[in-house]
Write a protein that binds this ligand. Sequence first.
Ligand code: HEC
Length: 243
Amino acid sequence: MKQSVLALTLLAFTLVATPFAAEGVKVEKQEWSFQGLRGSYDKDQLLRGYTVFTNVCMACHSAKYVSHRDMMRAGFTEAEVQALAKNLNMNIDQKLLTAQDNQTAVETFGKIPPDLSLMTKARAGLADYTYALLTGYSEDPELIAHTFPKGLPAGAHYNKYFPGHAIAMPNPLTGPDMVTYHDQTPASVEQMAKDVTLFMQWAAEPERIERQHMGLYVILYLVIFTLLAYLTKRVIWKDVKGH
Ligand code: HEC
């Protein structure tokens, strides 16, 4: 008797849990400028991403490993980062921390919004996932009813790409022009999502481009070294017959 109760409970649990245990929908691959050996971060796009991050995301999220000074590694001058930091009443060595305290966050969202410094590395799908997540909200009642016949869990929002589809983060990019870009790029939702994802990717691996370029130098060095080794061999063996 006990066993059949246990079996039934397990079965019920499996039936209920299965749809939620399913991983997020497969995310589409995007083109990113930082990929490949010759990858780079476009400074304008990085600045646009920074604009979205500091104006929108930082209301709830921190990037606790990133300071304005770090942006100098991406080609910004000290004067430029000084000016950006000043706009936020920060100095250039302070990390990008949200003003929202943990208690308010827990009361509002039921959890603390995760730090975004390393987020693009932490999730399967990396930058593609972050972009998909930011553009994956839906308020389509039919779609929501289909996934959640009893309604969305309290305080949750429907997101196509979030595992389980119920995310505590309200759609942060609700419409175009939430920010004004320095280079007059129209701030569509997709553009803002793409730019802020690029910024997060850079924040997660500020050394990525240096590493990629280093790789290029290493290859070049190996080619030249091989050539020199070959020439040396020719010189050394030139008097020996048959070589
Ligand atoms: C109003 C507060 C708020 C704002 C603004 C906000 N977020 Fe969030 N975010 C949250 C909360 C809360 C979570 C935790 C969601 C969960 O685990 O259900 C979250 C989670 C995330 C996650 C992790 C998702 C995962 O797979 O676990 C990412 C990525 C993210 N946010 C990116 C952003 C970006 C980028 C912006 C700016 C465009 C932003 N958020 C703006 C509250 C916010």
